[in-house]
Design a binder for this molecule. Structure first.
Ligand code: GGG
Length: 359
């Protein structure tokens, strides 16, 4: 018998409901590992970083935190943000710091219906909503370039600059990623989203790279759509989409819209991938810290558990990932649902149901 494989995972619950949903995902993965008969195990290390840590230390994470994280096979993240810390400080101090330092340039956000969950879009055909939003995760509107107080004329006359950065290399790698992904899906189609009629430099470059890369994938359908038109298409013609690739900000907004159309932001899973595997990738629910329900045991853990399934895929445990997804489906289909999707169950009840359905 070969030696058991141990996957070292850094857990960063961070803020608000992050603690509850990371605990939920861990419980499901540990139950799964138990049932593997020792073939593989998860070795968890939890880090206390986030807004509470910031209040005590003035930092969102340890100074050598990135160095520490480098030694892990993956990072399992909760949510960042709390009212006591400005949102741009907490986001840049933790989530974006990790994504950008570990060159996690591909943010993969699947969007689909869940059985038993009512969606504002619900059509008879369950495949009407089955997309993957691919978010460029390293540059674009999140390049962090710009400044404040540029006029030098003081309060009331302030000028601030926020610059987007689009590199040909950055555009090409995410667009190729989207095409490669489309080839693995029932519908081979990539929809590219920009606002290149108004953003006449970076997003025109994106469109040009998209057209060039598309020539290498003659078997994949393509379209280029402006982000405003795509928002309408999400609602009116969801059945026409498969892989949607967009810049950092546009894809963030579109994937929130997509999750809401699926029934709730609480359902949405995501993977921040370093596709070259030079650095650890990070798996997290799309949702934020939800301070209004934090600590009440009401958070929907499905997005975090789905993110754990994406982590299993990343580890090469595809059958186990499929088991977790099936267990999620059985749970929602059986009506064990949290409040955001019309149910009465608490986080723990959903977790218990998912674990029961793993069997
Ligand atoms: N789990 C995702 C999360 O914590 N998101 C917080 C947030 O504000 N994200 C905005 C972004 O990353 O663009």
């Amino acid at each position: 018998m070969s030696a058991p494989r141990t996957f070292r995972i850094a857990a960063i619950p961070a803020d608000g409901v992050g603690a509850e949903v990371v605990a939920a995902g861990r419980a499901v993965l540990d139950a799964l590992a138990q049932s593997s008969g020792g073939a593989w195990t998860f070795d968890w290390t939890e880090f206390p970083w986030g807004c509470g840590y910031y209040e005590k230390t003035g930092r969102m994470m340890d100074e050598d935190g990135l160095k520490i994280l480098e030694g892990f096979d993956a990072i399992y993240f909760g949510a960042v943000g709390w009212p006591s810390v400005p949102d741009h400080v907490s986001l840049w101090g933790l989530r974006l710091r990790i994504c950008q330092n570990f060159d996690q340039w591909a943010n993969v956000r699947p969007v689909h219906f869940h059985p038993g969950v009512t969606s504002p879009l619900r059509k008879a055909d369950d495949t009407a909503l089955d997309w993957v939003v691919v978010r460029e995760n390293s540059e674009g509107e999140y390049a962090g370039l710009g400044g404040r107080n540029l006029s030098g004329r003081g309060p009331g006359n302030e000028v601030a600059l926020q610059t987007s950065l689009f590199t040909e290399r950055g555009c090409e790698r995410i667009i190729r990623f989207a095409f490669d992904l489309a080839r693995t899906r029932p519908r081979r189609k990539v929809s590219s989203v920009t606002k290149s009629n108004a953003q006449q430099y970076g997003m025109v470059l994106w469109d040009e790279v998209f057209a060039r890369v598309a020539e290498d994938y003659p078997d994949v359908e393509t379209e280029s759509v402006l982000v405003d038109a795509m928002s309408a298409k999400f609602v009116l013609h969801p059945e026409e989409l498969s892989v949607v690739v967009a810049s950092n900000l546009n894809a963030d907004i579109l994937s929130d819209l997509g999750s809401a159309l699926a029934g709730s932001l609480g359902l949405a899973a995501s993977a921040n991938l370093n596709p070259q595997r030079r650095f650890p990738s990070m798996f997290e629910p799309v949702h934020g810290s939800a301070p209004d329900i934090a600590g009440l045991g009401l958070a929907n853990p499905i997005g975090a558990i789905g993110s754990a399934a994406l982590m299993l895929d990343h580890f090469g445990l595809a059958d186990e990932a499929a088991r977790v997804r099936k267990a999620i489906e059985r749970t929602t289909a059986s009506g064990v649902l949290t409040r955001d999707v019309g149910g009465t169950a608490g986080t723990d009840e959903v977790v218990a149901a998912v674990i029961e359905h793993l069997a």
